[in-house]
Design a protein around this ligand. Structure first.
Ligand code: C5P
Length: 231
């Protein structure tokens, strides 16, 4: 049977990733972090000196790669790349979180055919997960990847709060720098998909005044409500 889908979108620093992960764990669901796939593809493009602006070149790279991710427990991200003679494997779990990747990723995620290919991959990963439910989080999950999901959430927080949260992950960066970085990335990403306003039927969760535990509970409550409402 198909897993129950919980679709969560939101901007950088909204708490979406960490909250989705914790909520999924508490519910016994898997978690698919779609941003990690965009980051892995940006990493691979840079690693192979592929022009990130060249959609055809990035698509060719996608013909040669296979993306691996864990859906439960510790998040591990891997890439297997066919190199003509054999395969190269890369563990990119930590490297895809580097500011270098955050600064470049919008250049690959803006390509429509790249998005289509990744979306097909996401649906395949979820369908073959064998899990009772999967939380899938990103920017266009509630609108494009899984518009029919029984639970759809847009998680937001004020830019100041988001910058403060991100700053905790980036030692050495000033509040102003982090705020400028996430605002610039959101502007680029929002030009491609709207994740700043909830689509019709999408539940808005603003975590500006919520702590981590309250944010997790808000997600779980939304899931419980939707499941209770199901026939
Ligand atoms: O969620 P995270 O910040 O890790 O996402 C990294 C980047 O991947 C975003 O800045 C965006 O360019 C891209 N992305 C996307 N669509 C998604 C998830 C991520 O375009 N569903």
């Amino acid at each position: 049977t198909e897993p129950i889908l919980v679709a969560i979108d939101g901007p950088a620093g909204s708490g979406k990733s960490s909250v989705s992960r914790a909520a999924a764990e508490q519910m016994g669901f898997g978690i698919l972090d779609t941003g990690a796939a965009y980051r892995a593809l940006a990493w691979l493009s840079l690693h192979t000196e592929t022009d990130l602006e060249d959609e055809a070149a990035v698509l060719a790279l996608m013909d040669a790669w296979s993306y691996r991710t864990t859906l439960q427990g510790e998040q591990l991200i891997g890439i297997v790349l066919a190199d003509g003679e054999g395969y190269d494997t890369f563990d990119v779990t930590s490297e895809i979180r580097e500011p270098e990747i955050s600064g470049q990723v919008s250049r690959v995620s803006k390509h429509p055919q790249v998005r289509e290919r990744l979306n097909a991959m996401f649906r395949e990963i979820v369908a073959t997960s064998g899990l009772p439910g999967v939380v899938i989080e990103g920017r266009d999950i509630t609108t494009v990847v899984a518009p029919d999901a029984p639970v759809r959430i847009l998680m937001t927080a004020s830019p100041e709060v988001r910058a403060t949260r991100r700053q905790g992950e980036l030692p050495g960066a000033t509040h102003e720098q982090v705020l400028a970085d996430i605002t610039a990335r959101d502007a680029k990403d929002a030009a491609v998909v709207d994740f700043l306003n909830p689509a019709p039927g999408v539940t808005l969760i603003d975590t500006s005044d919520m702590n981590f535990g309250q944010s997790i509970q808000a997600v779980i409550d939304t899931v419980e409500e939707a499941r209770g409402a199901r026939p």
